[in-house]
Design a protein. Sequence first.
Length: 154
Amino acid sequence: MPTDTYGQWIGTPMDDADVDAVLESSGWGVVSLADGDEPYSLPLSFGYDGENVYLAFIRTGSSNRKFEFAAEGKPARLLVTDVSGRFDWESVAVTGTLRAVDRDGEEWETLIETLDDNAWFTAGFERAAGYEELRGWRLEPDEVRGLQVRPDEG
């Protein structure tokens, strides 16, 4: 079987089980949004239920840019990385469409439970004082791609 001579530098594709493991165990990443040609990226905690990625945006002041960029039906990409060294890393990119999760709807409890399970978020945030708004989003994946380099590949 031929070896990928560039895999040690650019990574080799991850299988679905490894991608799921990264998304279930990581709990944080960088989400990128856009408004026209203006990009916006921010680190955040997320939850993953094996199918969808759940995000919670907390407004702590009069203006938070993430609230300006996130909207129903808009594209988004979540990038999750785990880098231990030059030849020991993995990354997963989830690209899809944002869907608002209605606080009064049936899916809200799924969002809170998923965030509580594997995000850096606790259900207490939902009830905490000191923030003006908590808005939930589901990232419906259109494409999920994982790359990795392991020490024995470098």
